[in-house]
Design a protein around this ligand. Sequence first.
Ligand SMILES: [Ca+2]
Ligand SMILES: [Ca+2]
Ligand SMILES: [Ca+2]
Ligand SMILES: [Ca+2]
Length: 384
Amino acid sequence: MSRSSRKRTWGHSFFFTPSLEALGDRTVPSVTSAFENGTLSILGDAEDDLVEIVAEAEGTFTVTTDAGEETYEGVERIEADLGDGDDELTIDLGEVDRRAELEVEVELGDGANVFDMTADELGARAEVSVFVTGGGDDDEVSIDLGEVGARAEVEAEVDLGDGANYAELIADGLGRAASLGLVVDGGDDDDEVVVDLGEIGSRAEVEAEADLGDGDNYAEFIADGLARAASLSLDVEAGDDDDELVVELGEIAARAEVEADVDLGDGDNVAEMIADEVARRAELDIQLDLGDDDDEVVVELGEIAAGVKLDIDVDTGDGDDDLTLTADEIGSRIDADVRIDSGDGDDTVDADALIDLGLEIDFQDPDDESSDDDDEDDEDDNDD
Ligand SMILES: [Ca+2]
Ligand SMILES: [Ca+2]
Ligand SMILES: [Ca+2]
Ligand SMILES: [Ca+2]
């Protein structure tokens, strides 16, 4: 029906009226689907396509497009190429069976696209991979996994291209020894990425990598907690504009490991890392690099139990930076290595709570060595 917008008015009548051919085209559906060797293929065109895929049973999917409704059995892989235009693809996986395997690969093309995949739950040892590629315009990608079962494996790669994109990955908790790998590429322009996983189960492994590119980006990574011996690796990179990253991890249980490597580039960036509790023998390795310009850093670790290993390295570059590092309590036998480099500029650094709790902090602030405000200069050995 969108074709009617192409209708042109002709000043005079001709024998061949192109509009008649256009009318004939309307009977040709814009989306076709096919099935071969376990792969369900969906092909759109350069116009706006609307596709809905619903799981009926394991490997059985009903596809609804403007061509009608078709059901396929024995599906192991879904491939969709929707071309340009503002496309919308929804996939409802329902309850994914134990040990079920599914691969989804989607090309959304240019245009303002929407991709929405939901599951109520992933059964134990299920394996789901999803690869989504957007184009140069504003894309919206949402993946909701529901409750992820024990030893389930999820791999998600989302390349949003340029444009003001939005991507979210939601789970209602990860089961014991489950694994989740996420890679998000945001391209230029202002992107928003939200990851909210619920409780990360014992010995579960999460690896998340986000490259937000230029633009004023916002990224949020939330977990209700990490259970015993769970591990989380977070790698976030952004470009020269004003970026904001919020990480909230709840209670980090005994022997859990958190590794965060954050590089937000120049611009007025904000980085917040918050945990309520870090239990015995957990390990935290936090590297925050916020580049030049006026940055804000908050690291709040709550109660830190005995035997915790802490490696914190914060570098806010030049500019007027504002840093706060706090904890409520620190147990005995902490293996801590905390370095703060606030670069040139008028910085406010508050790590008093950590110092009061007995933690040694290695401050690197070039302003301390060449301070114009102090009447008496501390003589440094680098004076000639
Ligand atoms: Ca299309
Ligand atoms: Ca895009
Ligand atoms: Ca961006
Ligand atoms: Ca930046």
